[in-house]
Design a protein. Sequence first.
Length: 237
Amino acid sequence: MPKILLIIPAYNEEESIKNVYKKIQDYNQKNELTVDAIVINDCSKDNTKGVCELNDIPHINLIHNLGIGGAVQTGYKFAKENGYDIAIQFDGDGQHDVEYVNDLISPIVNGKADFVIGSRFVDHETSEFKSTVARQIGIKVISTFIKLVTRQKVLDTTSGFRAVNKEIISLFAECYPVEYPEPVTTTELLKKKYRLVEVAVKMYERDTGTSSISSWKNIYYMVNVVLSILLVGIRRY
């Protein structure tokens, strides 16, 4: 049985993190598969730290706000140091469903993939939540550029619900982008010939809080993601 870790980056998630961790505990109780979890508290300004301490939720408190890239890389460093076989990124805001963990890791366990993306767009039935129309258009644009660079189509380019094998854990522990980590690392891994599988998962709207990508940032985000993907495309691997 592989040793599995859920990496949960959290910034101001005091209202949701207890419920997210409770669902993971419930999942472990009713399944033969057991997953560990670590919350990376990215210097939250609310009481995320206190909620984790009060409810015995395993966590690491960062002393400076590192952003999503730095927080997730901290989780990968923890996974590497503690010998995990598979690491899964998992949101602390209630968007991801722990019931799909087994679907996410199966291609890795079966030797069919090195990393797996939980996708809202593999089919039209599994996940009713697809995000806003503007973001769906943005995802398609990013998908087009990733295919241009890697010759492989990726449907859910911004999904943060991802699983990686032990080799990629070590890779991410050493080097992980600070900005736009999902589309950039997906492009880098495909360029390096790692095998990708996308599986259908159900996602939900955030339980609480707001997205780190506000509407006024969308155009800025898109332009920079596309430029970052093109830069990956011209690197030698």
